[in-house]
Design a protein around this ligand. Sequence first.
Ligand SMILES: CC(C)(COP(=O)(O)OP(=O)(O)OC[C@H]1O[C@@H](n2cnc3c(N)ncnc32)[C@H](O)[C@@H]1O)[C@@H](O)C(=O)NCCC(=O)NCCS
Ligand SMILES: Nc1ncnc2c1ncn2[C@@H]1O[C@H](COP(=O)(O)OP(=O)(O)OP(=O)(O)O)[C@@H](O)[C@H]1O
Length: 283
Amino acid sequence: MKLQPQSSADAVAQRLAQTATRCLIDEARLSPKPGLVDSRGNGAHSDLSLSLMERSAHSLTPTFFALAQQCWRRPADVALRQLIGRLGREGEQSMMAATNGVNTHRGAIWALGLMVSSCAMLSGHATASAISEQAARLAQLPDPAAPTVFSKGLRASHRYRVPGAREEAAQGFPHVMKRGLPALLHSRAQGASEQHAMLDALMSIMTTLSDTCVLSRAGMVGLEAMQQGAGAVLKAGGCASHAGRQQLAELDQTMLGLNASPGGAADLLAATLFIDRVALPAS
Ligand SMILES: CC(C)(COP(=O)(O)OP(=O)(O)OC[C@H]1O[C@@H](n2cnc3c(N)ncnc32)[C@H](O)[C@@H]1O)[C@@H](O)C(=O)NCCC(=O)NCCS
Ligand SMILES: Nc1ncnc2c1ncn2[C@@H]1O[C@H](COP(=O)(O)OP(=O)(O)OP(=O)(O)O)[C@@H](O)[C@H]1O
């Protein structure tokens, strides 16, 4: 979608929105991802496809643009948190309209929505730590208008007593800051291709994330298989190595066998790519 900037705020909002959409598309196309939709196929999903994921990603550009515009240079307070919540839920509706009711990106709207908002609050110029800290502040604020449905993610969080999407954000996205981003930068510095560096970032996120998508579909057995399998890929030398790619192929088979798909880890990979592309280098 073409957005016409009117001011510097609009120009930054346009850049952030287009980058967020691009990160969703790059995440979806990245292959081979265990259990997830990628350019090979639908993974463990019967209702998702790459073209649906791409359509959904494009439908979200106006949501990310509105979030960035509305958050431009504003402080974190309850009024802004409520506004972001409303825009995020409207984004979920746009996604559902674009996909005929299939949940392609709910978790991604949450993670990227908070990051786009945080970045705009900081005038579009901020380090990775500043963006993640601002996102944590937003996520910690109450949104009295939030619906009280007991979602699948919330149910898994309660049943297995593990943190979910809300906690990940409220803690400042530790799986982006301490796993995904360092792994992406490390693999690049070792000479890995961009594809392999992105896959290593995903593996690093998967080693410790309590992904409620995996828990909902495959329980604790599925979560342990995901964490252990991702660790084995990295231990074998990562995705740039032949041994690492063999472990990755095994993990893919295991996840498909368990009908498990790490959707939360995929969201956090997209968020990692976003931070990598928009954050200023730390001084
Ligand atoms: C917080 C959200 C993600 C709802 O989470 P909930 O735990 O209730 O479960 P739900 O099953 O609906 O979605 C969870 C999704 O998060 C992702 N996820 C799963 N596990 C994790 C994890 N450990 N960490 C991060 N993301 C995860 C997955 O994609 C999963 O599908 C969100 O939909 C929400 O409440 N949005 C309200 C609108 C809002 O406030 N938006 C503000 C930012 S735009
Ligand atoms: N490449 C991807 N493949 C699959 N899921 C992804 C991908 N990228 C991100 N996701 C995330 O995974 C979540 C979809 O997970 P899931 O299929 O478990 O949702 P659901 O439709 O609520 O559940 P189910 O299909 O089990 O009924 C979305 O919230 C989305 O953000």
